[in-house]
Ligand binder design. Structure first.
Ligand SMILES: NC(=O)c1ccc[n+]([C@@H]2O[C@H](COP(=O)([O-])OP(=O)(O)OC[C@H]3O[C@@H](n4cnc5c(N)ncnc54)[C@H](O)[C@@H]3O)[C@@H](O)[C@H]2O)c1
Length: 273
């Protein structure tokens, strides 16, 4: 996970090459598209020709993403459909998925990126904070997968869920976040086995420290020892770029990864090896 006091100077990585058109005529539902990794994924998938329904609770951020997609896309790329919604609200998720199915007639790819982080020593961790992180990260992911599943089965589609290196590697002061991302990873691996007979794939993408508003706004409690986090970002000497995660998501959801199922793809510059 990102951290406020780690060197996050732009070292130039982030350029992921010119995309092809792997998503021409594909319909995609993407959450968390108002910021960071989700926005970069919206830009990448649009550039590859996807028809997108983008979901976030941040209406202004979503509008910015749409503007950026329009600035980058060729005139034939369809404008993404924005839906302002809380991913942890069951009815809102149902409506968003139904809107995508109605608009596009199919759903080929579901990408769950929306997420929330909390940094709290266990002694101060309240039930509300635990539930907040599990609601957004784990419940939101489950709801979108469940609602999209019939459409994904019909299209022999793909699910890409965003976990975190916190799912498998110690992230002190982030126990609730780590547990919620562990839930996302475990959910995804079991889902992959459950839906494989229907021709659907499910893959987890686990970013390490990525330069986004989430990592930039991370604050450690007064007096907390953040040296662990400086140790786990040593290889590149910086945080990763959201475009590098978006490129991995675009690969995982495409036919290029057609024989890849029930795996975790770590995007952390090798910092957790
Ligand atoms: N940035 C990192 O270092 C890092 C590392 C590992 C994993 N991740 C994961 O990657 C994903 C994207 O993170 P990011 O760094 O781009 O963060 P970000 O804060 O820039 O973006 C997260 C997006 O999720 C949206 N969101 C949050 N709660 C929501 C809710 N209840 N309903 C709808 N939308 C909601 C936010 O509005 C925001 O647009 C998250 O799941 C995060 O946990 C990030």
């Amino acid at each position: 996970m990102g951290q406020a006091d780690t060197d996050d100077a732009d070292t130039g990585h982030g350029a992921t090459g010119s995309p092809g058109r792997r998503y021409a005529d594909k319909a995609v539902v993407l959450t968390g598209a108002a910021s960071g990794i989700g926005r970069a994924t919206a830009l990448r998938l649009s550039a590859e020709g996807a028809r997108l329904l983008v979901v976030d609770r941040d209406a202004d951020g979503l509008a910015d993403t749409l503007r950026q997609v329009e600035e980058c896309s060729d005139p034939h790329t369809p404008r993404p459909v924005p839906v302002v919604a809380d991913v942890a609200e069951e009815q809102a998720v149902r409506s968003a998925v139904a809107a995508a199915a109605e608009r596009f007639g199919r759903i080929d790819l579901l990408v769950n990126v929306a997420g929330a982080l909390g940094v709290t020593p266990l002694a101060d961790l309240g039930v509300d904070e635990w539930r907040r992180l599990f609601d957004v990260n784990a419940l939101g992911t489950m709801l979108f997968c469940r609602e999209a599943l019939p459409h994904l089965i019909a299209a022999k589609g793909v699910v890409v869920n965003t976990a975190s290196t916190a799912a498998t590697h110690a992230h002190p002061l982030m126990t609730a976040y780590a547990a919620s991302k562990g839930a996302v990873l475990a959910f995804t691996l079991s889902l992959a086995a459950e839906v494989a007979p229907h021709g659907v794939r499910a893959v987890a993408v686990s970013p390490g420290g990525i330069r986004t508003p989430m990592s930039r706004s991370t604050r450690f409690p007064e007096g907390a020892d953040a040296s662990y986090y400086r140790r786990i970002v040593p290889l590149t000497g910086s945080l990763g770029a959201p475009e590098e995660v978006a490129g991995t998501i675009a690969f995982a959801g495409s036919a290029d990864a057609g024989f890849m199922n029930g795996v975790e793809l770590r995007v952390d510059g090798g910092s957790h090896n």
